[in-house]
Design a protein around this ligand. Sequence first.
Ligand SMILES: [Zn+2]
Length: 235
Amino acid sequence: MHKIHLQYGRKEFVVTVVTGDRKRLSVTVHPDLRITAKAPAGYEPEVIRKRLEKRASWIARQLEFFERFQPLPTERRFVSGETHYYLGRQYRLRIRPGKIARVRLIGRFFEMELPDPENREKTKTLMLKWYTVHAKDLLSRRLARYEPTFVRMGAALPEVRYRRMKKRWGSCSGKGVIMLNTELVKAPIYCIDYVIIHELCHLLYPHHDRKFYRLLERILPNWKNRKKRLEKVVI
Ligand SMILES: [Zn+2]
């Protein structure tokens, strides 16, 4: 077993290579971002390196894929009895007729009241509004908690936008704009903090390179567990 360092643009990949009784070279990128390769026993390290270099753009794409933390969307009907999540916990939706349209979290229930309880468009709108309001409040408070650490390291305060997104939890643009998915409030705080810190690290290091991970590791040593849990979050 040996390690090969591959340079790809500004990125560096470390590939753990094992050799054995096999005919061809194969490369695997694992969800925890490890890269391993299996090579035929007779291959010289330089030959292996050359072959790996040809796969570098593929490796980069695989890493991109695993680095992206995607939510698992499910079809929601917004009817009584349905399960909805808040901060990683399940709550049952209970819809009743009421004069004023409102949603409250009581015990293990999302208690919803509205004049027209059978109208699914309205129950949906009301529920999404509840999530948006709570998401903006909670996410901005979590951000405020971690921002000073990054400002001390030289980052400019980010401009933060909140949006309901299906495909990603968050992003950080090169111009320092952090976008957070309001659906994040369905995940445990533990995972929310991971996404926030991940995006804040991008203020200093825009790419998922070694410096980025070194910083993430320093601030959040157990980030991998948080990421794993986040991958199971249903929205
Ligand atoms: Zn990232």
